[in-house]
Design a protein around this ligand. Structure first.
Ligand SMILES: C[S@@+](CC[C@H](N)C(=O)[O-])C[C@H]1O[C@@H](n2cnc3c(N)ncnc32)[C@H](O)[C@@H]1O
Length: 363
């Protein structure tokens, strides 16, 4: 068994004991090294991880290239020619490392730690945006940010194509789990991933309250989908999460990873904003009033559901993308998917959107 698999499953081979590394704060850079290669997994919090080449120069460009955020449960394996630099993105982040002679120590180096922190700061802003939004909403008394009901477009797809809801299903960017919980309640085998700890915690609580299995809710970045095996899913659903990815390279990486994890003949459902993001949302009752302010980074008033009714709170607009159905068909088709159907939807969840169904060609 590879070290990567062993650390994911927390089944250390005989003779190897995992090392726990507590990242002291959000500013110290740690170097993890091992003479014969090792694997490391985030066990608490979130970390920025740089996979560095021992023979390569530590330039700023090289650092930007090899850096990615890792959430709880995500792991990385280094061979003998590599080492890791790691910084906590949230307080109290911890890692587990597995390998022979693994060392972990705080480091200072050139480029400066400040340069490294600049790269990390950019990652932090993107990923923390979602976590921050869910937390603010809960702190303001809402049980949920989204509605408790499954997406109207999911129900429509189940009605049109019940045959594709079978085998292993993955809900990409599951949020508080409204679709996953519905599918679990219908007896489906569902894995659900998101980057927000707080949204996932809510989803797990709801699963437990409904007597459903909460073990499929995992913190994973849909751009990388680390630790998920090739060909292991029958159906992948991205309900309103792809339009939160605005960088073309990240979108391409996500789509190609979805292609990898699906079995030949498996299906991919995407519900993606087409235009006028925000129009028709429950949280934006008066679109005309705020449309000019729907600019990432700006704070606008959003409506939330609280115990005794509704309330308006200020929330930052997170980056979003709009794409026509044709543009999406072209973008996703480029990765080998075959378009099966394209339906215009207008729902409270995602406004004016297109729901597309793709199939990975059978081998
Ligand atoms: C508009 S919400 C939709 C949530 C859910 N699908 C639903 O319909 O209720 C988008 C979700 O995508 C998640 N998200 C954004 N970028 C992500 C990424 N790179 N990896 C995993 N989840 C991500 C956010 O945390 C958020 O929960």
């Amino acid at each position: 068994m590879s070290l990567y698999r062993a650390i994911l499953e927390e089944s250390a081979p005989t003779g190897l004991a995992p090392t726990t590394i507590e990242l002291a704060d959000r500013t110290t850079v740690w170097q993890l090294d091992g003479s014969a290669g090792f694997a490391a997994k985030v066990t608490r919090g979130r970390a920025a991880v740089f996979v560095c080449d021992k023979a390569g120069a530590l330039t700023l460009d090289a650092l930007k290239e090899c850096c990615a955020p890792f959430g709880v449960g995500e792991a990385v394996e280094c061979d003998a020619s590599q080492y890791l630099l790691v910084i906590g993105l949230v307080d109290a982040t911890a890692l587990m490392a597995l390998g022979t002679d693994v060392t972990a120590s705080p480091v200072e180096f050139s480029p400066t730690s400040d340069d490294v922190r600049t790269i990390v700061g950019t990652l932090d802003a993107y990923y923390y945006g979602y976590e921050d939004r869910y937390r603010t909403v809960y702190d303001n008394g809402a049980q949920l940010w989204e509605s408790a009901e499954p997406n109207a477009s999911l129900r429509l797809m189940i009605e049109k194509r019940p045959d594709i809801f079978a085998g292993r299903i993955i809900d990409l960017g599951c949020g508080e789990g409204r679709d996953s919980l519905y599918l679990l309640s219908q007896g489906y085998d569902v894995t659900s991933v998101d980057v927000s700890h707080s949204a996932l915690a809510r989803a797990r609580e709801r699963a437990a309250a409904a007597g459903l299995d909460a073990s499929g809710f995992m913190e994973r970045d849909i751009i990388y989908l680390r630790g998920l095996d090739a060909g292991s899913f029958d159906l992948a659903m991205n309900m309103g999460c792809l339009h939160m990815l605005v960088d073309d390279e990240q979108r391409a990486r996500h789509i190609s990873r979805v292609f990898d994890i699906l079995r030949p003949g498996g299906h991919f459902v995407v519900d993606h904003c087409a235009s006028e993001w925000g129009k028709g949302f429950f949280s934006i009752p008066d679109y005309a009033e705020v449309s000019a302010d729907l600019v990432p980074g700006r704070v606008i008033s959003r409506r939330i559901r609280v115990e005794d009714g509704e309330k308006n709170i200020g929330l930052e607009v997170l980056p979003y993308a709009e794409r026509s159905g044709d543009a999406l068909a072209e973008e996703i088709g480029r990765h080998g998917f075959r378009l099966v159907s394209s339906t215009l939807t207008d729902t409270e969840a995602f406004g004016s959107s297109t729901m597309l169904l793709f199939q990975k060609p059978a081998a």
